[in-house]
Design a protein around this ligand. Structure first.
Ligand SMILES: *[C@@H]1O[C@H](CO)[C@@H](O)[C@H](O)[C@H]1NC(C)=O
Ligand SMILES: *[C@@H]1O[C@H](CO)[C@@H](O)[C@H](O)[C@H]1NC(C)=O
Ligand SMILES: *[C@@H]1O[C@H](CO)[C@@H](O)[C@H](O)[C@H]1NC(C)=O
Ligand SMILES: *[C@@H]1O[C@H](CO)[C@@H](O)[C@H](O)[C@H]1NC(C)=O
Length: 830
């Protein structure tokens, strides 16, 4: 596999060599969407590691070599069976991925063999492989002379005097580029997901002055009627209203609302200020309703998120977004729940769409039937408000009339009754589709609000068919009988088993009681799938890892050696990993516990563990700077998730290269939570038995006051190992340099940090300045006082360029004890 990776990397790098700019195209040119049409000196196919590809008709780059390229052509996402005619930003480094910023045919992708033609009369036409017309620019007979992709990333059909006949800027899809305006009547419509191009129910549009006197940019969700969740607007008096349209323009460092007034020379401007552009930027409306600003980062060659435009204004709380908890979900300080999910005394009318992903929302158990309105009732949720407040029922001045109005109209799915606390003013809001609801705290809210959700109180079709009903009764009685018999049998069996278990091993039962668990496998099945534990992948602290196959899926089976891995750790690991999912954490697929056997089944990571890539070189080329950066960022994200985003704070406590696994594209994931202790959020420190691996352990292990900051320390050690391509403790080296972190302090003191850069890699040496910046981040993480180390979200901010490191860091790093007595003490490894 390494060979495959190496070879494909090689192929890609050769493809980059012949990358030429080709910004314009002439009339009567046609392009067929197949591989052979996109080779040669002018047009080029570019493939990316994530499986996406672009085949460009026109290309330009504001800063060739360094900067990203702008292209228009066929775009596909992995697995590349359908294509869009799109505009995209990409870098010729294939370890990045293209960012689509416009497309002509989101709703109707085309296949291999589709064609684009710039006809002789100046029309740009997209046809599918079968010749059917999919899209056209509608610019025939308008003296078009050619097509160009400009340095603003605008696709323009121009005439002989270089005038613009048609431009993609006038037809935005979900992105605004610098200089682009959203005009009255045009919309940004979110994609459902990055690779699912169907138009989402979230959109933003610019509206002219309404009857309330406001004009501006509005964000909506849903339809019939749409619900408003965001407004960036300005009030103009009727006398001052100008003739020109309102527009919103994305400029460097602002999103600007321009309202025409009576004096055309004096329009009104309102700005949302944004971080100034260091490189190519764009804003994208995403399916969660956020309007996000992205910027190309030259350091990491990744498109990084800079900030969130919608969060900068009005919506300062995630709970304000319409789909944050899906349909019917209730958002409370960022957490999602279903109506009455936890209140066991009430009948449930809703169930979560996905048991582990609460943010996907809730589904009614019985769908609402307009034929059976007599069974509609309203479920009361007190202290709950709703984002859309624009659809009110007139004359419903008290709760009862508000509820009655909703029950009378089948299309009403909920009403929200609000009243201000200090006066008698009240409002009855109605919705035809229920998106996320928001809990409010009555003591701090400015108004009181309750929601009444319409539910179908009996299953549809009940009562209406007496014959069916009779059958149901009979069925019900039989079912009850069978259930009772089974229940009794189960009780007896469990009692018997229990008795036996108490005799030998009382632990096994606990595993069955864990909720939301990964699959439990019988031992024989795992023995079979690993071919009798024959292919060893590696050996870790607590046992060996074997390659296996479950159906088509490759897996890694970790067989824990009994003596060292106690039952307690095993349970902790299964419980912990089973409940979390993150792209930078190794996924636990299942486990096995039989007698003394303890096995864990993980997703297979074909790149193996990080230590193989940084300590030993085999025949592999040393990792380049960008790959190392990517790995560091991935580890940071995995840890950040464990520390800050999980329901319970989780400290890993054994971060080291052996516990970082890589996939074939060098994406890194954190593995092995065997030592994790769960730390409750409100209890920042916890006493724990000393655990970990010497050399990676933070000094505070001495005091046994352990927080998640010990991981930050170990992370700092790993960063230094990655940068210098050596083991943290290497006894084959002379004593003064055998300890990397002590050596690091020495080099920092002598101002010779560059000595530590991995000399096997030319690429590392050529990025000296950035590598030294990374070392400063490591210094911060390696501070002896855990409280002074950054948390992982700060580390990510620094890595993504959103924050710089204090200049005092060198001083702080040096003014700590040089000798850390714990690090070389082998007795601590127990
Ligand atoms: C690049 O283009 C040149 C000239 O067109 C050609 O000789 C060479 O083989 C091309 N290289 C690759 C890797 O395609
Ligand atoms: C387009 O036409 C111009 C002028 O006729 C010519 O110089 C140029 O090479 C043509 N471009 C292509 C790609 O054929
Ligand atoms: C690709 O398209 C060109 C132009 O229509 C055609 O000549 C060629 O045969 C096609 N190649 C394949 C492999 O289909
Ligand atoms: C991380 O540290 C920063 C700066 O000290 C702080 O503002 C932020 O709240 C911290 N984040 C968490 C989740 O603790």
């Amino acid at each position: 596999l390494f060979i495959i990776v190496a070879v494909s990397a090689q192929l890609l790098s050769e493809a980059w060599l012949n990358f030429t700019e080709y910004p314009t195209a002439n009339l009567s040119t046609s392009w067929t969407n197949n591989e052979s049409s996109f080779t040669g000196p002018h047009v080029l196919q570019t493939l990316f590691y994530d499986g996406s590809a672009v085949r460009s008709l026109v290309l330009s780059s504001p800063q060739p070599i360094l900067g990203p390229y702008f292209g228009a052509g066929f775009f596909c996402a992995s697995p590349c069976n359908v294509f869009l005619f799109a505009i995209y930003i990409f870098h010729i480094r294939s370890d990045t991925k293209p960012h689509m910023v416009w497309s002509a045919n989101r709703a109707r992708p085309v296949r291999e063999g589709a064609t684009i033609e710039l006809t002789i009369d100046g029309n740009l036409v997209l046809r599918d492989a079968d010749g059917s017309l999919v899209w056209s620019s509608g610019s025939s007979e308008r003296s078009v002379a050619g097509m160009v992709i400009t340095e603003d990333c605008n696709l323009v059909l121009f005439d002989r005097r270089n005038g613009t006949v048609w431009q993609s800027f006038d037809h935005p899809s979900d992105v605004l580029l610098p200089g682009q305006s959203l005009l009255e009547g045009t919309r940004l419509v979110a994609n459902t997901a990055a690779t699912n191009w169907t138009e989402n129910q979230v959109y933003m549009t610019v509206l002219p002055r309404g009857t309330n006197g406001y004009t501006g940019l509005y964000g909506y969700v849903g339809s019939t009627p749409s619900q408003l969740y965001y407004a960036f607007s300005a009030w103009v008096s009727e006398n001052d209203t100008g003739n020109g349209p309102t527009k919103v323009t994305f400029l460097n460092s602002s999103l600007s609302l321009l309202v025409q007034t009576r004096q055309p020379s004096n329009p009104r401007m309102h700005n949302i200020s944004l971080p100034a552009a260091k490189s190519t930027q764009y804003v994208r409306l995403e399916s969660d309703g956020h309007l996000r600003l992205y910027e190309w980062s030259e350091d990491l060659l990744k498109c990084i998120l800079r900030s969130d435009v919608t969060m900068l204004r009005e919506l300062n709380d995630d709970c304000e977004f319409p789909t944050v908890c899906g349909e019917y979900g209730i958002c409370t300080a960022g957490q999602c729940t279903c109506p009455f999910q936890d209140n066991s005394s009430s009948i449930n009318y809703f169930k979560p769409v996905h048991l582990r992903k609460a943010n996907l929302g809730c589904a009614p158990l019985n769908s609402i039937s307009c034929q059976e309105m007599q069974h509609h009732k309203l479920l009361t949720l007190t202290d709950v408000s709703y984002f859309d407040t624009h659809h009110t029922i007139e004359n419903a001045t008290n709760v009862d009339s508000c509820k009655q109005a909703c029950l009378k109209n089948c299309s009403c799915r909920a009403v929200i009754f609000r009243y201000h606390l200090n006066d008698s003013e009240s409002e009855c809001l109605w919705v035809t589709k229920v998106f996320s609801l928001k809990s409010i705290q009555p003591e701090t809210a400015y108004f009181n609000s309750s929601a009444y959700l319409k539910v179908q109180s009996s299953p549809s079709s009940a009562a209406s068919h007496p014959v069916a009903n009779k059958r149901k009764v009979i069925l019900g009685i039989s079912l009850a009988l069978v259930t009772a018999i089974i229940f009794i049998a189960v009780v007896i069996t469990v009692c018997l088993l229990r008795r036996r278990k108490y005799e030998d091993n009382d632990e096994d039962l606990q595993f069955d009681q864990l909720p939301g668990m990964p699959t439990r496998f019988p031992f024989d099945k795992l023995r079979e799938c690993t071919e009798g534990f024959s292919k060893k992948l590696g050996e870790g602290g607590f046992g060996s890892v074997f390659a296996g196959k479950l159906g088509e899926e490759r897996v890694a089976v970790k067989r824990l050696e009994g003596a060292r891995q106690g039952k307690k750790e095993f349970l902790a690991e299964v419980e912990t990993i089973g409940s979390i999912e993150h792209i930078n954490l190794v996924r636990l697929i299942g486990f096995c516990t039989e007698k003394f056997q303890r096995l864990l089944v993980y997703e297979y990571m074909s790149g193996g563990s990080l230590d193989r890539w940084i300590y030993y070189r085999h025949d592999n080329a040393p990792l380049d700077w960008l790959t190392r950066c990517g790995i560091i960022l991935d580890i940071a994200k995995g840890l950040c998730y464990l520390h800050e985003e999980c329901r319970r704070k989780i400290a890993h406590l054994d971060i080291k290269p052996q516990n970082i696994l890589l996939d074939e594209n060098f994406n890194a994931k954190v593995a092995d939570f065997g030592l994790s202790k769960l730390i409750d959020r409100d209890q920042s420190k916890v006493m724990t038995m000393m655990r970990g691996t010497p050399g990676y352990m933070a000094p505070e292990w001495l005091t046994s006051q352990i927080t998640e900051k010990v991981d930050v320390y170990s992370f700092g050690v790993v960063v230094m190992e990655l940068i210098s391509g050596r083991k943290n403790i290497d006894n084959s080296l002379p004593e003064e340099s055998s300890h990397l972190i002590n050596l690091f302090r020495g080099k920092a003191r002598d101002n010779q940090l560059s000595d530590l850069i991995d000399e096997h890699s030319e690429d590392m040496l050529s990025h000296q300045e950035q590598v030294i910046q990374m070392m400063k981040l490591a210094m911060w993480c390696l501070l002896n006082d855990g409280g002074q180390r950054p948390n992982m979200s700060t580390v990510i901010k620094v890595l993504e360029g959103g924050m710089s490191i204090e200049t005092t860091i060198l001083h702080r790093f040096l003014n700590t004890n040089t000798v850390l007595p714990l690090e070389d003490n082998p007795t601590m490894y127990s």
